[in-house]
Design a protein around this ligand. Structure first.
Ligand SMILES: *[C@@H]1O[C@H](CO)[C@@H](O)[C@H](O)[C@H]1NC(C)=O
Length: 306
């Protein structure tokens, strides 16, 4: 009983040691599904590993074929072996020497659904057409789903902008054709900047993004902004949003009338004081004159009486 247990432990230990070696077999990693746009292109990410020592690129032959039929080749170095329908439309973007089997298909047609699988052959010599090792990664194939039309861009923005403060709108669209990415354009021109970005969100799916920044004015309230995505071969789609702008939070509408009111009052007050002073001295002058006139008159009457 103890012996049996020991044996089992030994076996488990051996398996643990051996498994990393065994797992180092021919293996490919291909994205399973991609959404593609007819007449656009698709880049299928693919990588592989193998148990052999580093293989020279010149002896490697990469093949992409229809999953059910190995002889229906859609990509091969020797173009004459490629299905007429795919000839000139497929290209190996990856470097096989770097274990990269990334495939590009351009001018996508309605019936390019696949599934397409990667297969690799190792030639005996560089010029040899006969091959020594062959391996098909029939388990790792890609299926292409045809989109009914170009995907709509997505707009992200603030609910309401503020007059005089930067307003940011983000427009993004997904695609699977990084060699001819869609271009994004705006219905509104801007002096305040446009940021463009292009990145892979996850294997095979890309996103093109454009960020519009502008300083809204009150007259922009309720105006519309459209972002248009143009895909390969003039296929377009667009999204529109409405801008709402609120007045900036300042107290000018209270402060300015108040300042004007106070200033008017002060000026009026100064004017009044000035006028009162002026009239007071004038009255005093008149009273003086009156006095002298009276004196003169009384002197005259006295003289007449004499
Ligand atoms: C494989 O090749 C493609 C095309 O050159 C490249 O974009 C991609 O990054 C490569 N993948 C890896 C894992 O190096």
């Amino acid at each position: 009983m103890d012996k049996e247990r020991e044996m089992m432990m030994l076996c488990l230990l051996l398996a643990a040691i051996c498994s990393p070696v065994l797992s180092e077999s021919w293996k490919a990693t291909v994205v399973k599904n991609l959404d593609v746009l007819v007449s656009s292109c698709v880049v299928v990410p693919c990588s592989f590993s193998h148990p052999k020592e580093k293989l020279p690129t010149s002896r490697l032959r990469g093949i992409w074929h229809r999953s059910d039929k190995r002889d229906e080749i859609i990509y091969y170095e020797d173009k004459t072996r490629v299905l007429e329908n795919f000839r000139g439309r497929t290209q190996m973007l990856g470097d096989l020497g770097q274990n990269n089997c990334t495939l590009e298909i351009v001018e996508i047609k309605n019936h390019d659904n696949g599934p397409f699988c990667f297969r690799i052959e190792l030639a005996r010599t560089e010029t040899d057409t006969e091959t020594k090792d062959k391996f098909s990664f029939v388990e790792d194939c890609v299926e292409l789903n045809m989109l009914p039309g170009p995907p709509k861009p997505k707009l992200v923005h603030l609910q309401t902008g503020t007059e005089g403060h930067p307003y940011i709108v983000t427009c993004s669209v997904t695609h699977t054709c990084p060699s001819h990415p869609p271009t994004l354009t705006w219905s509104r021109s801007t002096r305040d900047g446009l940021i463009e970005d292009h990145r892979e969100i996850h294997s095979g799916f890309w996103e093109t993004q454009s960020i519009l920044t502008f300083i809204p004015e009150v007259k922009d309230d309720h105006s519309e902004i459209t972002c248009t995505a143009e895909f390969h071969k003039q296929q377009t789609s667009s999204a529109t949003m409405k801008v709402y702008v609120k007045r900036s939070e300042n107290y000018n509408h209270i402060i300015i009338p108040a300042v004007v009111g106070v200033a008017t009052a002060v000026i009026f007050g100064v004017f009044c004081i000035f006028m009162v002073k002026k009239y007071k001295s004038r009255i005093a002058e008149l009273q003086n004159q009156e006095g002298t006139m009276w004196n003169r008159l009384s002197r005259l009457s006295r003289r007449n009486r004499v």
